[in-house]
Design a binder for this molecule. Structure first.
Ligand SMILES: *[C@@H]1O[C@H](CO)[C@@H](O)[C@H](O)[C@H]1NC(C)=O
Ligand SMILES: *[C@@H]1O[C@H](CO)[C@@H](O)[C@H](O)[C@H]1NC(C)=O
Ligand SMILES: [Mn+2]
Length: 584
């Protein structure tokens, strides 16, 4: 009896072993086939897109993301190129022509902090449903988002990828894309809304379809970078009430150059616009040392990972919000006030194309104000008076019925906005608009929307070497068009505090930019920061010289005298002491 039993056991083990091996083999080979099939049976234009990655040899990799390579590839030679370039920009507000020429998974520089590179994560990470919503996205940017997710994530962690087409008009999204996905991307589910829902409701559609443990929202014009997924999931695994956000690197909308972002966290101003706040030096040191996730008061909104059940119990999104705007602050406040936390994960990096404008209009205009009003009324308690002081006209805007969201807040027993400010964003308590002052006074640029993302490199006084005086605004730090003058140095004076950014502009009090637009007269002045070349300044230091040069004109910043009150202008560079500055 015993003998028979034993042989049965052995037989069972053998059968089990063989089938296990077969399963494993089948799995591996189907993953392999899946990857291979991406390049076969496609339309020619898609093949062309996919093929150029095969021509890149390893040693060419660095070359393939260099500025020089991108410049060559994006060169406009013929009139056709120009038309192509213009129409791409018109539709998408980025260089679609160049995007279409770039590989769907071009190599990217590994810009992670050193310590991130050999960090390991446990194998039992939760699986992700990646949800990508889009409206009239370009084919190449959309597919590059999807392809980089597939290529740069361990397959077993991607439960599925859900694409939600929010009723796009473009034909290729209706015909070609479903076909392409069906033939090549088995892990991708494509859904299409039956009418335009807007980003916010489209995300809820995607989230309802999802069945992975973690929801991972991405914009439709991203490129995820090496090792992006594991640290995001790890943060969420350790605490399901933690929502994790990657560092969002910059893919230049014109050149497609991939640029690392510095360490910043999310904030907001009292106009209820999102803003990036640089970490303090101590915070930066700590993050570089530990590469641990750090707390962020808000998030930009496009890219984050969140436990799927937590997303549901926390009330998803406010379905009364239209299209876009305000939902990121609403969710951020809700997370913090209702017992969760929001962290930025320094080891996870995702490139995102930052556009200077939205290429499409909203069906109903100014959804931003309406959405923000809903958020302000539900979450900000007595602090809403500051928002209205800055936006008096918002008081007359209809924001619909918010009773469900107010009820949600009660049900979840959420904390007050005062608690949030004191505990999560104390910096902002020092920047309350002055209710005594006129509305106009409060319309300072710091309370308005910052125009594009910048990362501060250094902060300090701009000192004229010859006189020992410092460069300041002739008026206040928030007076647009104000000229610059020399004054006695005082590092408590906000109008002398300059921020040098990675984008190579000089921002006074982190608000307005030093500009040298010759059309506006001979003087250096403060202008709204917009990335214009006339706002670019680089230090040229050689031997005893230390000069601030505007590369557009190759002119140097120069003072008209050495007394307080002397103005700043620019002139051809030379040895003059009037052109020597230091940043201290
Ligand atoms: C707002 O909506 C709730 C239910 O969602 C309803 O009970 C209430 O009557 C509505 N209020 C108004 C003013 O329509
Ligand atoms: C930036 O703004 C100035 C005027 O404020 C304008 O002349 C210039 O063209 C703008 N540049 C860009 C790149 O938008
Ligand atoms: Mn985006």
């Amino acid at each position: 009896m015993i003998r028979i039993k034993r042989s049965r056991v052995i037989l069972a083990l053998v059968i089990f072993g063989v089938s296990f091996w077969l399963m494993l083999y089948w799995n591996v080979s189907s993953v392999y086939a899946r990857h291979r099939s991406q390049y076969f049976g496609l339309r020619k234009d898609v093949i062309d897109l996919a093929l150029d990655m095969h021509t890149a040899r390893d040693e060419d990799k660095e070359e393939a993301y260099s500025e020089a390579y991108l410049k060559r590839l994006g060169e406009i030679v013929t009139a056709d190129d120009q038309r192509n370039y213009d129409s791409g920009f018109h539709s998408h507000a980025f260089n679609q022509m160049l995007s279409d020429k770039l590989s769907l998974k071009r190599p990217l520089p590994d810009v992670r902090l050193e310590k991130c590179k050999d960090k390991t994560y446990p194998e039992d990470l939760p699986t992700a449903s990646v949800v990508i919503c889009f409206y009239n996205e370009a084919k190449s940017t959309l597919l590059r988002t999807v392809n980089t997710v597939i290529e740069r994530s361990p397959a077993y962690l991607i439960h599925e990828i859900i694409l939600v087409d929010d009723y796009s008009d473009f034909d290729y999204l209706k015909d070609e894309l479903p076909h392409y996905i069906q033939n090549n991307l088995p892990q991708v589910k494509l859904m299409r809304t039956s009418k335009r829902q807007g980003l916010i409701r489209a995300r809820m559609v995607g989230a309802k379809e999802a069945s992975g443990e973690v929801l991972l929202f991405l914009d439709s014009h991203c490129e995820v970078n090496k090792g992006w997924l594991e640290p995001l999931l790890f943060a969420v695994r350790n605490d399901p009430h933690t929502v994790s956000v990657p560092i969002i690197d910059i893919v230049n909308a014109d050149t497609f150059f991939y640029e690392a972002s510095g360490l910043v966290k999310g904030g907001f101003n009292w106009g209820m616009h999102y803003q990036w706040d640089p970490l303090t030096q101590d915070e930066t040191k700590e993050v570089v040392k530990t590469v641990e996730p750090f707390k962020s008061p808000t998030m930009a909104g496009g890219l984050f990972a969140m436990n799927r059940l937590y997303f549901q119990t926390l009330g998803e999104y406010d379905s009364g919000m239209d299209v876009w705007g305000g939902e990121n602050l609403e969710l951020s406040f809700r997370i913090w006030q209702c017992g969760g936390q929001l962290v930025i994960v320094p080891c996870s990096r995702v490139g995102h194309i930052f556009r200077k404008r939205r290429p499409y209009g909203a069906p109903r205009h100014d959804t931003f104000t309406r959405n923000t009003l809903r958020m302000v009324h539900v979450w900000t308690d007595e602090y809403k008076k500051y928002y209205f002081h800055i936006n008096p006209s918002a008081e007359n805007v209809n924001y619909g019925n918010i009773s469900e969201r107010v009820y949600l807040r009660e049900q979840l027993k959420c904390k007050s906005f005062k608690w949030y400010l004191e505990n999560v964003y104390p910096e902002q308590l020092h920047k309350l608009p002055n209710l005594e002052k006129s509305k106009e006074d409060n319309l300072r640029p710091e309370n308005l929307k910052s125009q594009y993302k910048t990362v501060t490199r250094a902060k300090g006084l701009l000192k004229h070497a010859g006189s020992g005086l410092c460069v300041e605004s002739e008026k206040t730090e928030y007076d647009k068009r104000a000229l610059l003058t020399l004054a006695l140095c005082n590092n408590a004076e906000r109008k002398q505090m300059w921020y040098e950014t990675e984008q190579k502009d000089m921002r006074l009090a982190n608000l307005l930019c030093m500009d040298r637009d010759s059309a506006a007269g001979p003087y250096a002045r403060l202008m709204k920061c917009n990335g214009s070349k006339t706002q670019t300044w680089v230090w040229v230091k050689k031997e005893t010289r230390s000069q601030l040069v505007n590369p557009t004109t190759s002119e140097c910043l120069v003072t008209t005298g050495v007394e307080p009150g002397s103005f700043l202008t620019t002139g051809s560079c030379g040895d003059s002491l009037l052109m020597q500055f230091s940043f201290t």
